[in-house]
Every structure is written in structure tokens, then in C-alpha cells.
Design a protein around this ligand. Structure first.
Ligand SMILES: Nc1ncnc2c1ncn2[C@@H]1O[C@H](COP(=O)(O)OP(=O)(O)OP(=O)(O)O)[C@@H](O)[C@H]1O
Ligand SMILES: [Mg+2]
Length: 247
């Protein structure tokens, strides 16, 4: 999940896709690749929970020790807390090796029935580049507003630069917080559909239950199973799953 613009819903999408895609015989691992380390809140982990993969990576230690398993079988890998000095050192390490994150992921030795969801920070920093270098599918999260539309070209350039190689399947576009009664929302959505012809575009409606579920430290499927956004997340995650499986 990535976006050049901040606050569009990447972490929300990551955690809700995770809960839809996590099944009895297929497990989801969600990894926070954002130094802000906020994905953990979507899983009800507290502010005091400081473990994460970044410090282990910085010290060349295996990251499997920071995988946190939930009662549902879902797993989360937080970014962890780094001091400013550690963060600068980690950035330097990532700059030296563009595939560092990809190698860290490989070291997890995920099973065939496990899906890894990567939550990128906003922007085009080295952290986002590492996520794109490691991804098989990138989900570009946008809002149906002018600001998101204006960053589209930059995002496409980033994808073209970093999402290469035979393992790359493609890009899916997710428009979040859609409010069809607002004319601008519909206009931007229609423009995106026109510009991204032949691409998969999914939408999630704006729904107060999404924000409330985060405040309660749980995903929306659990918090408000009957909500409009829950329905959208199920549809969108199933579309992603079909894309991943080549259907
Ligand atoms: N469909 C939605 N309806 C209503 N609120 C939403 C929806 N999607 C996300 N939000 C709210 O928007 C806010 C930002 O979401 P989130 O933190 O997931 O964005 P982000 O892209 O990960 O941000 P950042 O760039 O800071 O990492 C949160 O308060 C979240 O609850
Ligand atoms: Mg986020």
C-alpha cells in the first residue's frame, strides 16, 4: 500500500485487507514500513509496544523475532521505535542497498499460504522505494480530490522506476473516502477511470465507522461488520486476491 500523499488511508487499508484475506488455511502478515510506526494501533497494540524490524535490520539481526502473532492467526511486524540517530543510520543502510527490505522479507521464509501486506509511508522516500522494490503488486491509495489527482503522475513514475522485474504483477488503484454525493468526488473518480483505463480501480466509501474502529483499536470488520465500508473492503480485498492469484 503506498501513496505520495499522506493521510489517505494506507494503514487503514492494510489492516482491513489483512482481516479480509486472513482465512483458516491462509494467513496474512502485515509489515509496517513507515518510521512513524503507527500500523500497530490498527491492531490494538499500545504506544509502549516498541519492538520492530527496523532496529533488528540496522543491527543485521534476523527480523523473525519481532513478528507479533494475533489470536486470529494474523501476524504484524511493527516498524519499531528508533532514535533519530538510529533512523539516520538505518536510512543510510537502505540507501546503500535498494533491496535491503526485500532480503529481510526473504529471510522470513514465508510459506506459500501466507500473504505479506506492506504499509509504506507517504511520499517517495527511501522507505517507499524499498517497499516498491519488494512488492509483487502495488496498491496506490488515493482520495477523490484534486491533491491526489495532481500527484498521480508522480506516483506512476515511481511505480515505473521501482516496480520492475519478472516478479511484478501490476498496480491496483484504490480510491478511498469516496462520497458520491459530492460532485468533486464523482468528477475526480470519473477522471481517474478515464486516465487509468485497463487498470483495476476499487473504491472505499467514506464511513465514520472506519475512523471509530481505529479509535477502538480494531479493524472495521470486527467493529462494524454491517457497515458500508466493511462491504467495500471485502469487495476490494477479494479483487486484490484475484489479481494476486492471476484470476
Ligand atoms: N474510508 C474511510 N472513511 C472514513 N475515515 C477514513 C477512511 N479511511 C481512512 N480513514 C481515516 O483517515 C485517517 C487516516 O488514515 P490512515 O492513517 O490509514 O492513513 P495513512 O495513509 O496510513 O496516513 P499516513 O500517510 O500518515 O501513514 C484515519 O483517521 C482513518 O481512520
Ligand atoms: Mg499510515
Amino acid at each position: 500500500m503506498f501513496s505520495t500523499k499522506g493521510g489517505v488511508g494506507k494503514s487503514t487499508v492494510t489492516s482491513n485487507f489483512g482481516s479480509v484475506m486472513n482465512l483458516e488455511n491462509r494467513k496474512v502478515v502485515s509489515m509496517d514500513c513507515d518510521p512513524n510506526n503507527t500500523l500497530k494501533y490498527h491492531y490494538g497494540l499500545s504506544q509502549n509496544y516498541s519492538e520492530g524490524h527496523a532496529l533488528l535490520g540496522l543491527n543485521n539481526s534476523p527480523i523473525s523475532s519481532c513478528v507479533h502473532q494475533l489470536s486470529t492467526g494474523e501476524k504484524i511486524i511493527p516498524f519499531g521505535n528508533l532514535t533519530e540517530v538510529e533512523l539516520v543510520a538505518y536510512e543510510k543502510k537502505l540507501l546503500e542497498d535498494p533491496y535491503f527490505l526485500k532480503k529481510q522479507i526473504a529471510s522470513l521464509q514465508l510459506k506459500d499460504n501466507e500473504i505479506l501486506l506492506l504499509d509504506a509511508p507517504s511520499g517517495s522516500s527511501i522507505f517507499t522505494q524499498q517497499v516498491l522494490n519488494a512488492a509483487n503488486i502495488s496498491v496506490l491509495v488515493m482520495l477523490p480530490d484534486a491533491a491526489s489527482y495532481l500527484t498521480l503522475e508522480r506516483s506512476l513514475k515511481l511505480i515505473n522506476k521501482h516496480c520492475v522485474g519478472k516478479d511484478y504483477i501490476g498496480t491496483m488503484f484504490l480510491v478511498n473516502q469516496v462520497h458520491r454525493n459530492f460532485e468533486l468526488n464523482s468528477d475526480v473518480f470519473d477522471m481517474l477511470q478515464y486516465q487509468l483505463q485497463n487498470h483495476i480501480i476499487v473504491e472505499i466509501h467514506q464511513d465514520q465507522a472506519v475512523a471509530e474502529s481505529l479509535a477502538n483499536g480494531m479493524n472495521i470488520l470486527k467493529y462494524a461488520p454491517q457497515s458500508l465500508a466493511t462491504e467495500d473492503f471485502i469487495d476490494a480485498a477479494q479483487t486484490l486476491e484475484s489479481y494476486l492469484l492471476g484470476n
